[in-house]
Ligand binder design. Structure first.
Ligand SMILES: Nc1ncnc2c1ncn2[C@@H]1O[C@H](COP(=O)(O)OP(=O)(O)O)[C@@H](O)[C@H]1O
Ligand SMILES: [Mg+2]
Length: 244
């Protein structure tokens, strides 16, 4: 059975696309085949994250409407075909939830993991027919993104969708130690979401769209790896905040 993730957030810029790529990298290094689907119509970015923007001819809309499923599946160099990227369509090319359901089901058969990188906000309508997704809400530690994460959880629960899990991204322990931001327990309480993991603020991760690499020894990579192991059912302890 594939691992199927929808990466969401209330507030924009919390790091959904970065986290989507990071989780894909970690899975790919475990020799899992991952398809990353960019659903941010009109604002695609995963092609740039993997340095393949010059190669893009077709997008998700074309793949769905041409009858040639493979035409928008791009394999960035250097990942041994373990990472596949599907670019988001432009804003004026609409995909229905029924069409997306069919596309998604095909992906599940061909890949070990399907990662959907969504736009910010509370519109999950394209995913309405899909029942087997794990929703992961990416928040930062600031009060606005934490409150917006709680709105995501509320919206998903109104739609009877499984509860999301929380990733706190761009974590900077100093701002918690000096009490600028709430502590981790308060962030979890305020968001109302169960914690899946914490990813530090990381220059290496910030530069991924330029370097297209993430060293295994970085704290960010280790944090992403812990998250994948937890998703696989392992109980992996959180390091002390200053070690994250
Ligand atoms: N852990 C991190 N550490 C440092 N910068 C990050 C981290 N995660 C994301 N960023 C940066 O934050 C910005 C927004 O990230 P992005 O993934 O595009 O967010 P979203 O998809 O939620 O809009 C980008 O400049 C990205 O490089
Ligand atoms: Mg994004």
């Amino acid at each position: 059975m594939s691992l199927n993730l929808a990466i969401v957030s209330g507030k924009g810029g919390t790091g959904k696309s970065t986290v989507s790529c990071g989780l894909a990298l970690s899975l790919a290094r475990m020799n899992k085949r991952v398809i990353l689907i960019d659903l941010d119509a009109g604002l695609r970015c995963l092609d740039m994250f993997f340095g393949i923007e010059e190669n893009i001819v077709f997008d998700l809309f074309d793949s769905i409407n041409s009858g040639d499923f493979e035409n928008a599946l791009y394999y960035p160099h250097g990942y041994n075909k373990n990472i596949c990227v599907v670019p988001a369509p432009p804003k004026d090319k609409t995909i229905t939830k029924e069409q997306f359901f069919v596309f998604y089901e095909k992906c599940k058969k061909l890949f070990d993991a399907v990662i959907l990188d969504l736009p910010a906000g509370l519109d999950f309508s394209i995913l309405e027919d899909i029942k087997d997704l794990k929703y992961i809400c990416v928040s930062n530690s600031d009060p606005v993104s934490v409150r917006d994460a709680s709105f995501v959880a509320e919206t998903l629960s109104e739609k009877n969708i499984n509860k999301p899990l929380l990733i706190i991204n761009k974590f900077y322990s100093e701002l918690i130690r000096n009490k600028t931001y709430k502590n981790i327990d308060d962030i979890i309480d305020l968001s109302g979401i169960k914690l899946l993991g914490i990813i530090p603020f990381s220059t290496e991760l910030m530069l991924f769209p330029i370097s297209h690499k993430l060293n295994k020894r970085t704290n960010a990579y280790k944090a992403l790896n812990r998250i994948i192991r937890r998703l696989g059912g392992e109980s992996v302890l959180l390091p002390k905040p200053q070690k994250i």
